[in-house]
Design a protein around this ligand. Structure first.
Ligand code: ADP
Ligand code: MG
Length: 695
């Protein structure tokens, strides 16, 4: 299948557009614009009101004005480097037009004394005199139509002026063909959206500020087109996943019962619900592709383990992948006793397994002697084969993109897939990122959790903090001390952490303080963690390696140094390391004054709430979608038009619409289905196009 011919003009070179030569075309690439198609989806971010006024008198300067004037005297510069001035008079006052490096004869031709002209530009007061430097427009009255009453303002880059941009956009718009409507008729009508071509025309030809707002119908429609095409891709991925033959893994309940009986607590309602949803998926012979979302401490590990036990109960194997070595070991340590209770063989496989030891584990996996494997990426390497892999779990913490996740599904050709995220994410982002999956949410925390008291402390009060810490550890409490990544290099960050480590050792006593960081040898890292878990050390100084998932219930103090350098969600994760045990917990956010406005607001939000979803919404509002989860690594697509902060409701609509379209027309053969195919090409959803091709 190849690109429909009607779209060719939009996918040609930029040089084919009016006013764009090879050099401008190259400059455009700096703003990610490589073809006419990219230009039509680059919308103006603002607009300038050039409505005609009678006079500049009373206008708040600086500000853009458009007035009719009579040209007065010319004042050519008396010295080199001085500007050329032309006096003009409007209905009530006189002011000056100012030009630097202008040619006299050109100016005399443009502005003959005594003639009427329309001028538009930014009015400024300089030395008490009102003036416009280099007016944007100067035309005879007969050419009034050349000055747009409302002029759109585009994002620009060096070498691309507004004039070039506007001209190129208009040239590109002329190539937009008439296309069949891909939006569901009733939806289009209900929302009152224009057709695709009209929407582009309106979005690029705003007549007021309202037309620029994210709520303008034309912009909503184009945003919807973008989100819808993305959701069709995800829905296709979901459909192809489900079409793939799966295995029915039926729980007998025997192993689960043994584990539940041995647990010192009962699963929460939310945990039971999630386990039920997963069990139903596993029992079905369609492949599972499910996301388990839960705030820190909501108990995802138990849910995962129950799911793995179902794989074992039905005679197969399961694997769970963690993002770091520390977490993989922690899963091993917490799950091993439960596995033993159930009589299940659980092993770990990470990058540290080498040579004969690794070979022996691989052989045991192929024989089926290892029933549950936990590990890092190493557990997913090509040569790791299972006898009968039924369930793959990724404890991913946002480190995998959509396509990587799809590759993962290819591992056990028929294995069910469960992905777990630790950071709550706003619904709109969840849909963008995980729209292909079904979702279970743990919206309830295990009972008895005490709220964590959060305080903001200026770094100047460091001594008080260490005194407080000294007292706390003398009472048997444990603390994390997180040093941030602030320096230019990992080395300098490390120096900061090491210095803090030495300082705390000096104050609190040698044996009381441990250190972990990313550059440490694996065995040292394990050792430091193990000593902290065992309570041999009271304070663990760490770089953010401890951010995700570490679980030491006795730790009840979290100190974060330079907290203003962390993102909201990251701080929430860090704080989530405490408040897990019986003791009341404290989180001290140390900051270096003065705080920026946004720094202050971030830390305040943390102090006010522990609700991860609320924090995530705030994070999204403050940072924008891309920054929030790091677009590059998250697989979250870059949207050109859609604005996830302000148009979040569209995403939900797009998802249900996309799923419905594929339900009614799985191969996109209907008239609307065909129109949707064109949209996929237009939106460069290559992945989707491949999926329809194979499907
Ligand atoms: P997360 O969702 O952050 O991965 P964990 O699975 O690490 O959370 O669970 C956090 C802690 O809560 C662990 O110590 C775990 O043993 C405990 N826990 C899990 N479920 C329950 C429950 N239903 N009741 C009490 N404690 C629980
Ligand atoms: Mg976890």
């Amino acid at each position: 299948m190849s690109r429909p011919q009607v779209l060719f003009p939009l996918f040609g070179g930029l040089e084919t557009l009016a006013g764009v030569g090879p050099k401008t075309a190259r400059n455009f690439t700096h703003m990610d614009v490589e073809k006419p198609r990219d230009l039509i989806f680059t919308l103006p971010y603002g607009g300038v009101d050039r409505g005609l006024r009678k006079t500049v008198k009373g206008v708040a300067a600086p500000g853009v004005v458009t007035v009719e004037v009579t040209v007065g005297r010319h004042f050519p510069p008396q010295q080199r480097g001085r500007p050329y001035r032309v006096e003009v008079e409007d209905a009530e006052t006189t002011f000056q037009l100012v030009f630097f490096h202008a040619r006299d004869d050109w100016l005399k031709k443009q502005l003959p004394t005594g003639q009427r002209r329309l001028v538009s530009g930014k009015l400024e007061i300089f030395d008490g005199v009102a003036q416009i430097v280099h007016p944007d427009h100067m035309v005879p009255l007969s050419q009034a139509a050349d000055i747009p009453p409302f002029e759109p303002v585009y994002p620009l880059t060096s070498g691309v002026t507004l004039k070039t941009m506007t001209k190129a956009v208009h040239s590109a718009l002329e190539r937009v063909p008439e296309l069949d409507e891909w939006i569901d008729g009733p939806l289009l009508q209900r929302e009152g959206w224009p057709g695709f071509q009209d929407a582009l025309g309106q979005a690029h030809g705003p007549t007021s500020q309202a037309d620029i707002s994210p709520n303008a119908p034309a912009r909503l429609r184009l945003a919807y087109d973008e989100l819808f095409s993305h959701q069709v891709t995800l829905a296709l991925a979901r459909a192809s996943m489900r079409r793939g033959k799966g295995r029915a893994s039926n729980a007998t309940g025997t192993l689960q019962a043994k584990v539940l009986a041995a647990l010192p607590y009962k699963p929460t309602g939310a945990q039971n619900r999630a386990i039920g949803e997963i069990a139903a998926d596993l029992a079905d012979d369609k492949r599972m592709s499910r996301l388990l979302q839960g705030d820190v401490g909501s108990g995802k590990t138990l849910v995962a383990f129950m799911a793995l036990l179902i794989a074992v109960e039905s005679g197969g194997q399961g694997v769970m992948m963690a993002p770091t070595e520390i977490l993989a070991r922690q899963h091993l340590n917490s799950l091993q006793p439960l596995a033993e209770t159930a009589g299940v063989v659980l092993e770990i496989l990470t990058g540290r397994d080498k040579g004969a030891g690794r070979a022996a584990k691989l052989a045991a996996l192929v024989r089926g002697d290892i029933q549950i494997l936990v590990g890092t990426h190493a557990a997913f390497q090509k040569d790791v084969e299972f006898k009968d892999l039924r369930l793959a779990i990724v404890d991913e913490q946002h480190r995998f993109g959509v396509s990587q996740r799809m590759e993962l599904g290819a591992k056990g050709a028929v294995a069910d897939v469960l992905v777990m995220t630790a950071t709550p994410i706003p619904r709109s982002l969840e849909l963008a990122q995980y729209g292909a999956m079904d979702v279970s949410v743990l919206d309830e925390k295990p009972p008895g959790r005490k709220p964590v008291t959060t305080a903001l402390v200026s770094a100047g009060r460091m001594d008080e903090v260490t005194k407080h810490l000294q007292k706390a550890i003398s009472e048997g409490r444990q603390a994390y001390w997180v040093c941030p990544l602030v320096g230019e290099s990992e080395v300098s960050d490390l120096t900061a952490a090491t210095e803090r480590f030495n300082h705390l050792r000096a104050v609190l006593g040698e044996g009381h303080v441990g250190l972990v960081h990313g550059q440490m040898a694996p065995a040292e890292k394990d050792d430091a963690m193990a000593r902290f878990v065992a309570g041999e050390t009271s304070v663990l100084v760490a770089t953010t390696v401890i951010e995700v998932g570490v679980d030491v219930p006795n730790a009840s103090i979290m100190v974060v140094e330079r907290a203003e350098h962390f993102g909201l969600s990251q701080l929430h994760q860090l704080r989530g390391r405490v408040g897990r045990g019986a003791a009341a917990s404290t989180c001290l956010l140390l900051y270096q004054p003065p705080l920026t406005e946004s720094g202050k607001r971030r830390l305040e939000i943390l102090r006010q709430t522990e609700d991860g979803f609320k924090i995530a919404e705030e994070d999204l509002a403050m940072r924008g979608a891309g920054d929030m989860i790091g677009t590059a690594q998250s697989g979250l697509p870059q949207f050109r038009v859609a604005d996830l902060e302000h148009q979040s409701a569209l995403m939900e609509l797009a998802q249900s619409d996309a799923r419905k379209l594929l339900h009614d027309d799985p191969t996109l053969k209907s008239r609307r289905g065909k129109a949707a195919r064109v949209l996929l090409w237009l939106m460069e959803q290559d992945q989707a196009i491949r999926l329809i091709t194979v499907g």
